[in-house]
Design a protein around this ligand. Sequence first.
Ligand SMILES: [Zn+2]
Ligand SMILES: [Zn+2]
Length: 295
Amino acid sequence: MEITYWGVRGSIPVPSTQEFSTKKYGGNTICLEVRSSDGELIIIDGGTGLRSLGRDMLQQGFGGLQQCKATMFFSHGHWDHIQGFPFFIPNFHKTNTFEIYGFKNTNRSLENHLRLQQMTPNFPVALEEMGAKFHFHELRNWHSIDTGGIKVTPFPLNHPGGCFGFVLDEGNSKFVFATDTEHYSDKIDENILKAAHKANVLVYDAMYTPEEYEGINEPSHKGWGHSTFVAAIDTAIAAEVDELVLFHHDPDKNDYRLDLLYKRALNYLNRMKNEKKRAKKLRVKMAVEGLNQII
Ligand SMILES: [Zn+2]
Ligand SMILES: [Zn+2]
């Protein structure tokens, strides 16, 4: 399976400026493209990265005269995970069909949530006027969906209002997406541990440094539903994953500060490699817009 990162920024898009460069890591909010070995398309989350993916898909011949199909999975309804949806050009092609999987809370479903996002006066085109066919499906924790080549299993994360993580399995390849989520102070999250066990790649929420999380020189971010690079590495070691991708970058961190966070993460990883046998094979990288992985 092949994964392309179209948006890796948390909370809000951050365009690069001279004073605050985000050129290296990218400013678009959350969106990933996953291709099965026979080319089937899965999209995870619809932040502003989805707009760039849509333009790429059109160039690759998706939409227009031929009938095209893709499956979308939404982790939760926070803005940084849905705001690219109205600007996703393949949605405006009648020949396209999207199978869309998401939450269904008692008083709100993903379908209603996406519909409200583009109701007047928010956006000029209603969901049902866009053109493409949308089929909505409810996600349930630990109930797998077979999309063809790839099996997708949702699992619960620790985030205000709830959030799904996803395990993607194809043959011997295993990819795990775990954002947005907050770690526990006294234990590794058992759901992530179970989901990410021996994964080839774990994408994990590493928005904060431990000091920012605790609130050493600023208000604490405890209870905000996000995690740290230390918790990311501890989780990856415990789950025996091959590669950890630090994800959901803080909009207040420019390239320079993300470089510093990565340096500190690598120092912590090296310390753990000396202390824990399980840490030896772990590789850690930063999510970068445009990153492409084949596992
Ligand atoms: Zn988020
Ligand atoms: Zn969120």
